[in-house]
Structures are given as structure tokens and as C-alpha cells.
Design a protein around this ligand. Structure first.
Ligand SMILES: *Cc1c(COP(=O)(O)O)cnc(C)c1O
Length: 401
């Protein structure tokens, strides 16, 4: 344990960890089971095009999400594009800016215009009243994001969408296995999209899924994600290739097998982070509603520079030097990214404030309780000596410059 700030790796001390701690280390599950599934696919020469493994994954995800239909895809970004295109969305799409770039990219890629909406300062979710105020005759849809696995305000958004007759979808990339009002995420809006990217809590190397209760939309997306090939093998509309391969499905199923254990572990990690960071002025964790199911995939710390004296960026640098690879999810916010910046700049005060304070901490089954104690002791040391850290940092900076 580090006792003084001069022990910090940034100032020449040994790093707290020999091997890096990551946010989003892949949750592989039982490797033997993965290879058995892969062997089975190879033995049977069925490698893609809606094979049995992809179908099995679809059934299990539909079950978990409590919906009728699931279409497995090559990733979540393509899945979002399929949802927007198959729904005939035109014009503007209202969405939060506090999300991964894939959310606005999916709209922009189709020639639609993302319209960024500010978030609730407490929850980080799109503010339904503000979303309503952004609706114009050009608005084609609203995309809500279940940021960090915490449900967007689904009831209020449903009301806004119904009142203004605009379509509503969700980017549920973070929210597999989570609930809103006790109902599984997956069944809200006209469709929701999960991601099984390597860094997500259930992963298939690359992968995603559309879930919906709308049979017509599901059929359209199923056709569209396979070049527009209909059941009778004719091609009567433009499609793309958004299919999930059997190799990806084999990985997805194996990672999904491990999901209950992954979630338990993440919950325990989150509880320990909460306990270890408790009472440090200026440091707080984004909490989860214990009345809901959560996957605890993201442990999000907020750094209040006014109280710690230390900026989020500096704390991230300090942790990086200790080999704790915390990630500023999501900073910069999407409206601050080059493709979406405007002149004069759009101001989203709550988004910008949160975006400047958050840091995702390493969790997942590979992060031990001892690791978490060590990470938190570094955070405690720095947050309680913010001014001294800054002074030493600035002095060192001028020496090395
Ligand atoms: C990961 C992520 C995506 C993109 O998922 P891919 O499967 O990598 O395309 C979209 N939205 C959010 C919020 C994400 O975190």
C-alpha cells in the first residue's frame, strides 16, 4: 500500500500492479465448452447464415429479454442501423450525447441527423421533457440509452413518443439482464439493441442483437440483415449483411453460460468499491437501484474536483501509471466529437458536467477483491491530497519540460 504521494508511480514509485487492470476484460466462460461448440459447427459445416448456434443464442436472448423476437447480428452498430432503416425512420433522431459514438453514428450513417439532448443531472439518462421540446416536424425517432446498465426513463419516454407520434428505440448495449420497473430491458420501445462486443458483459468477439415484440419489424430486420433474401429466396428489397457467424454465436453462448457468475462477481465488486470509496470527499459512485436487476457491468466513479482538488483527467493519469486502466466513459460526449461539433458549440450543461467527472473502474471476474482494495487506496490517497499531488505534478512538469 502507498502511504505518501511520493510513492505514486507517476512520481517515480513502483506501480501498484505488475499487470494492467482493464475495464471490460472479456468474459470468456468455459473455454472447453466454446471449443466443443466450435468443433460441432466445423464438423457439421454450418458456419454462418442463421445456423443452429445463432438460433440458440437468439432464443436465449429473447428469453432473457422477455420478448418474442431476437435477431442476432454482427455487432450492435449494424443492429441499430437495421432498426432505424427497417422502421423507415427519416429526418432527425433525438438521442443523448452521453453515450458511445456508435449511437449517433448509426443514424448519421443512414443519412439521418442526430439531435443531441441533455441528460438528467442525477441519472445521466436522456431528459424526457427536454426530448419533447426538441421534437419538430422533422423528428423521425427518439433513441434512449440505458447508460451503464441503468434504465432510461422508459415510461416518460413512451409517453413523449406516443403524444408526438414518433418512434422510440433503445440502445441497450450496456443493459443485458437489467430491468426497468421489474420488466426486463429488451421489451421497451419498438425495439432494443444489445451489444456482445468483446468488452461487454456477454460477448461474442463481435456481435449484437435486435429484440422486439413487433413481428412485422422482426421479419423485416431478419430479411434485411441477410441481403434482403425473403423466405421464398427471392430478393425484393435492398438488404445488407448483418449476420452473426456461428463462431461468434459459439462464443456468445459460452459467455452467456457464464453470465450469472459474471453478474454475481460484478455485484460483489461493486459493493466492495462502494465500501472502500465511502466517505472520501469528492469521490462518489454511480449507484444501482437494488429493486431492479442490474448487471453491474460498469463501476462508475465521479470525481468532484471542487472537493478533491484533483481533476478526473489527472486522477486517470495517476491510475494509469499504477497500471489501473480506468476509462472516462463517456468523455468527450458525442456532441463534442469532431463529426458532431457545431459552431457555435451546442451547450449541454448536465452532459458536459457528468462527462467531465466520470471514470469507469476495472471490474469483472478477473478483478480480485484485493485488487479493488489496492485501487481504492490509491484513489483515497490522491483524493485526500489533491493540492499536494497538483503541486508535485506541476513541479515535476516544469523539471521535465
Ligand atoms: C459498445 C456500444 C455500442 C456498439 O456496440 P458494437 O457491438 O461494438 O457495435 C453502442 N452503444 C453503446 C452505448 C455501447 O457501449
Amino acid at each position: 500500500m502507498k502511504r505518501s504521494i511520493t510513492d505514486l508511480a507517476l512520481f517515480g514509485g513502483p506501480s501498484a500492479f505488475l499487470h494492467p487492470l482493464y475495464v471490460g476484460k472479456p468474459t470468456v466462460g468455459d473455454r472447453a465448452r466454446f471449443f466443443a461448440r466450435l468443433d460441432w459447427a466445423l464438423d457439421n459445416n454450418w458456419l454462418t447464415n442463421g445456423g443452429p448456434l445463432a438460433r440458440e443464442l437468439e432464443d436465449r436472448i429473447a428469453d432473457l429479454a422477455g420478448v418474442k423476437h431476437c435477431i442476432a447480428t454482427c455487432n450492435a452498430t449494424i443492429a441499430l442501423e437495421l432498426v432505424l432503416r427497417a422502421s423507415g425512420v427519416t429526418g432527425q433522431v433525438i438521442m443523448p450525447s452521453l453515450t458511445f459514438a456508435a449511437t449517433p453514428h448509426s443514424a448519421s450513417w443512414l443519412g439521418l441527423e442526430p439531435v443531441f439532448c441533455d441528460v438528467d443531472p442525477e441519472t445521466g439518462s436522456i431528459d424526457p421533457d427536454l426530448a419533447a421540446s426538441l421534437i419538430t416536424p422533422e423528428t423521425g425517432a427518439i433513441i434512449g440509452v440505458h447508460l451503464w446498465g441503468r434504465a432510461a426513463p422508459v415510461d416518460a419516454l413512451a409517453k413523449v413518443a406516443a403524444e408526438h407520434d414518433v418512434k422510440l428505440f433503445y440502445d441497450a448495449a450496456h443493459a443485458l439482464g437489467c430491468t426497468a420497473g421489474g420488466q426486463p430491458i429488451g421489451g421497451f420501445g419498438a425495439a432494443e439493441v444489445f451489444s456482445f462486443h468483446a468488452t461487454k458483459t456477454v460477448m461474442s468477439f463481435e456481435g449484437g442483437a435486435v429484440v422486439t415484440d413487433d413481428s412485422v419489424l422482426a421479419d423485416r430486420i431478419r430479411v434485411m440483415h441477410n441481403f434482403g433474401i425473403e423466405r421464398d429466396k427471392t430478393i425484393s428489397s435492398i438488404g445488407t449483411n448483418g449476420k452473426m457467424s456461428e463462431a461468434a454465436a459459439a462464443m456468445g453462448l459460452t459467455s452467456l453460460d457464464a453470465f450469472p457468475a459474471t453478474r454475481e462477481r460484478n455485484r460483489a465488486n461493486y459493493s466492495l468499491y462502494r465500501a472502500e470509496l465511502h466517505g472520501i470527499p469528492g469521490i462518489s459512485l454511480i449507484t444501482f437501484d437494488e429493486n431492479e436487476e442490474n448487471n453491474y457491468q460498469y463501476v462508475i466513479m465521479q470525481v468532484d474536483q471542487a472537493l478533491t482538488g484533483l481533476s478526473r483527467d489527472r486522477l486517470q493519469e495517476i491510475l494509469r501509471a499504477e497500471k489501473v486502466l480506468a476509462q472516462p466513459y463517456f468523455s468527450p460526449a458525442c456532441h463534442q466529437l469532431k463529426p458532431y461539433r457545431t459552431d457555435p458549440p451546442l451547450r449541454l450543461p448536465h452532459t458536459e458536467r457528468l462527462s467531465g467527472r466520470v471514470l469507469a473502474l476495472p471490474t469483472g471476474p478477473s478483478v480480485s477483491f484485493e485488487d479493488i482494495r489496492r485501487v481504492c487506496s490509491v484513489i483515497r490517497l490522491c483524493a485526500s491530497h489533491g493540492e499536494q499531488v497538483n503541486a508535485l505534478w506541476d513541479r515535476q512538469g516544469s523539471v521535465t519540460a
